[in-house]
Design a protein around this ligand. Sequence first.
Ligand SMILES: [Zn+2]
Length: 216
Amino acid sequence: MQSQRVSRSEAPPAATVRTSVRIPLQFSDGYRTDAQVFTFEGLVDGQEHLAMGLGPYREAAVPLVRLHSECLTGDVFGSARCDCGPQLRDAAEQITNVGGYLIYLRQEGRGIGLYNKLDAYALQDKGLNTYEANEALGLPSDARDYTAAAQILHALEAPEIRLLSNNPDKAVQLGRNGITVRDKVPTGVFVTASNLRYLQTKVSVTGHGIVLNPAA
Ligand SMILES: [Zn+2]
């Protein structure tokens, strides 16, 4: 009985919507969508995370949700060292099509920050994989915490979602924070010569549910 009590999921501290504003988006390939951007008060980590309502997000009975962790080099500059830019672009379209939220989390470099991420890239160029490089720098391999994302979903009155993700940890963390993940929808996989090793490591180290075509 006691252990059941401890493992039961509970809602995190309440956050509230601070501002909601319409922003038309246009991606580098020309794809356009309108985002209703929400900001929040009371997020546990004090970061300026965003939620974007896309497509018929108010009408969706169970909204499609992507938790995207900020990646300056991939999202803004189109870095080919990771697949964040194409993942973000793909998520925007998939969510727009059915209605839901793109939650943009300001946890750069899996939570270690931009400079540390670039230090880790330098070590990767010497042969370490993305997780080994973080360890060599004395940093956690993945410092991301999705409590604030759960707070955001509660604030948006979306306690039941379909999760657009290949990362098993996101669904587990949301579940612990009172969010019901009804369904997991896989994201696209975007392989380039520069990010193949990074993607292979995601599969072998953290159990990402993606299939890589070695010929790609
Ligand atoms: Zn990235």
